[in-house]
Design a protein around this ligand. Structure first.
Ligand code: ADP
Ligand code: MG
Length: 250
């Protein structure tokens, strides 16, 4: 297996990525990258392939063709140890996917103990530190159902962080939340970005993209239509399709 490299290479590099589901060609030759420490926001209409792209990055979806390189390691190479690469990538989804029958603390320690082989005490210490980071130190013994959606999503972020990922992928992390709960989750993500985390964020939160994103990528119909600095893409889009989309969401 190739050695992992962490300096000088992009965190994520996607080349000519194609993905079809049966006859449905969903990704049509995507070139995309995220540099280390960069926050890239991916926007675009429903069905444009944003989630499929994100899911290909840690091989939750099998690409039809193309190359995906994570920290210098080709994850489309069949010799690559996928489990090892995946531990470097934290994922946060629209649905929080917490285990309902486990306390918050156990939700955070489970994967650490199983996949990272940490002892219980160490895993709990790391869990508490990350819960504190997302403002939920007092919820260690709560069950997910006792928390609001925004709190559950922050637990999901803390859980991902407890695996010490090099990068975080977010797929519409606030789309399932009541409007008044969105801000707390975005604040946690802003702080993560300030701390230097590499982030790929699929979002409809244009304010977040503008304020926190280093780059915005607009996808439509399985291609990257336009990308650049948030102020340019959102404030002065060059393509008609981008203008059409933004006129509906801004
Ligand atoms: P977005 O996240 O931009 O809304 P998706 O990547 O979820 O778009 O979906 C793009 C297209 O791929 C849609 O037409 C969707 O129906 C299709 N698709 C996504 N996942 C699957 C799947 N597992 N099986 C079949 N079709 C899928
Ligand atoms: Mg999606």
């Amino acid at each position: 297996m190739a050695e992992l490299q962490t300096t000088g290479v992009p965190a994520i590099e996607v080349r000519k990525l194609c993905k079809s589901f049966g006859d449905n060609e969903v990704l049509k030759g995507i070139d995309f990258h995220v540099d280390q420490g960069e926050v890239v926001c991916v926007i675009g209409p429903s069905g444009s392939g944003k989630s499929t792209l994100l899911r290909c990055v840690n091989r939750l979806e099998e690409p039809t063709s193309g190359t995906i390189i994570v920290e210098g390691v080709d994850i489309t190479d069949e010799d690559t140890d996928l489990d090892k690469v995946r531990t470097r990538i934290g994922m946060v989804f629209q649905q929080f996917n917490l285990f309902p029958h486990l306390t918050v603390l156990r939700n955070l320690t489970l994967a650490q103990i199983r996949a990272k082989k940490r002892g219980k005490a160490e895993a709990e210490e790391i869990a508490r530190r990350n819960l504190d980071k997302v403002g939920l130190a007092d919820k260690v013994d709560a069950f997910p159902a006792q928390l609001s959606g925004g709190q559950q999503q922050r637990v999901a972020i803390a859980r991902a962080l407890s695996m010490d990922p090099d990068m975080m992928l977010f797929d519409e992390p606030t789309s399932a939340l009541d409007p008044e709960l969105v801000g707390d989750v975005l604040d946690v993500m802003k702080q993560l970005a300030r701390d230097g985390m590499t982030m790929m964020v699929v979002t409809h939160e244009m304010g977040f993209a503008r304020e926190v994103g280093d780059r915005v990528v607009f996808m439509d119909g399985g291609v990257v239509v336009e990308q650049g600095k948030p102020d340019d893409v959102l404030g002065n889009p060059q393509h008609e399709r981008t203008r059409g989309f933004l006129s509906k969401v801004l």
